[in-house]
Design a protein around this ligand. Structure first.
Ligand code: KIV
Ligand code: ZN
Length: 388
């Protein structure tokens, strides 16, 4: 079978921007939208047009300048929301309305004080309203992760019949295990008669740290779109991280799934998003964290210096990261120390390194990290004592 494309639906500017403190103005959103387009995302969810005049303006301005990606606006299953989203997307070369409603019993009862039949009708109606503005309509079954699969299948079938071209199956609360989420997608693929007329999409939250695993499980089971954000930003614990799904699919090419993302842009874009949203990236974040390509324990450093592949499955340049780093701490070893001295122009022999290593350890026990200036002082003292 030929490899299948996974469409990347980026929601950094919508779900990501919902993070407290991450709000963006129109100029900032435009800058990030252009960077996302250059990265190669297929769909940019630019905002929630009815939520504020500023967000309407952002979606509208982004629609005017984005040429290759589809621009998407969010709405609830409410006529006015959909009308405003349609207006905001008026200038888009390719515009998508993303509308939907909660389908889990918890949402149906607690949020809407309603019942399954009525919610199904509202879902269908929302898709029909949206189709008045564009042929590209995505429906989201909010809290699909906790929705009964048989009812979910009925909703999915009905919204596809009403004209939805993509159906989003959000694990809104990040509740599912990867096998459960994968089985949910497989159930829909096997039990929705018209499923071939639409793309199923994964939108997984990270409340249990499973967002990426769940999205990949969804794709393995037949979903062809993944909704994600740069740096995994999003409500609460965040969304699936774009950089993670892209690299999982690259690393595991045997899955036969690929994206159009230009991976060397991942780290520069991660930094741009972090700076623009004023939201630091955790150092141990996969692919884009400051420590993603750092080696600090002696055992790892020794192996890495012999062959980088012993401890790195991705080359930093593949994802636009700086070169791998050998960090010196009290857990580091002689190979790493010799390597760092060599980088500073000091080629010490094995005997020298044995003596210097003892001095290094005494210093390292007093510091979090031993830097070049510390090494220079060590080298100077050592050479002076040797020449006496
Ligand atoms: O998490 C969610 O369910 C959402 C929907 C609005 C798609 O963000
Ligand atoms: Zn979400």
């Amino acid at each position: 079978m030929t490899d299948q494309k996974i469409f990347i639906f980026d929601t950094t500017l919508r779900d990501g921007e919902q993070v407290p403190g991450c709000k963006l103005n129109t100029k900032e959103k435009i800058e990030l939208a252009l960077a996302l387009e250059s990265l190669g995302v297929d769909i940019i969810e630019a905002g929630f047009p009815i939520s504020s005049p500023g967000d309407f303006e952002s979606v509208s301005e982004i629609s005017k300048i984005i040429k290759n990606a589809t621009v998407c606006g969010l709405s609830r299953a409410v006529e006015k929301d959909i009308e405003v989203a349609g207006l905001a997307l008026k200038h888009a070369k390719r515009g998508r309305i993303h509308t939907g409603i909660g389908t889990s019993d918890s949402h149906i009862k607690s949020k809407f004080n309603s019942n399954r039949e009525e919610i199904l009708l509202r879902a269908v109606q929302a898709v029909k309203w949206a189709r008045n503005y564009t042929d590209d309509v995505e429906f989201y079954a909010e809290d699909a992760g906790r929705t009964d699969n048989k009812y979910l299948a009925k909703v999915v079938e009905a919204v596809i019949a009403a004209g939805a071209t993509t159906v989003n199956i959000p694990d809104t609360t990040g509740y599912c295990l990867p096998n459960q989420y994968g089985e949910k997608i497989a159930f829909l693929k096997n039990n929705v008669s018209n499923v071939d007329k639409a793309i199923l999409s994964c939108h997984c939250h990270n409340d249990l740290g499973l967002a990426t695993a769940n999205s990949i499980a969804g794709a393995i089971n037949g979903a062809r779109q993944i909704e994600c954000t740069i740096n995994g930003l999003g409500e609460r614990a965040g969304n699936t991280a774009l950089e993670e799904v892209v690299m999982v699919l690259k690393q595991h090419a045997h899955l036969g799934l690929y994206t159009s993302i230009d991976a060397p842009q991942l780290n520069p874009l991660s930094r741009l998003v972090s700076e623009t949203m004023r939201m630091p990236v955790q150092p141990n974040k996969a692919i884009v964290g400051a420590n993603a390509f750092s080696h600090s324990s002696g055992i790892h450093q020794d192996g890495f210096l012999k062959d980088s592949q012993t401890y790195e499955i991705i080359r930093p340049e593949e994802v636009g990261a700086e070169t791998s780093k050998i960090v010196l701490t009290a857990r580091s070893g002689r190979s790493a120390l010799a390597y760092r001295f060599k980088n500073l122009g000091h080629e010490f022999n094995r005997n020298d390194i044995d003596i210097l290593y003892d001095q290094f350890l005494q210093l390292a026990d007093t510091l979090k990290e031993v830097h070049d200036n510390n090494l220079r002082s060590l080298a100077i003292q050592y050479l002076e004592s040797k020449n006496k």
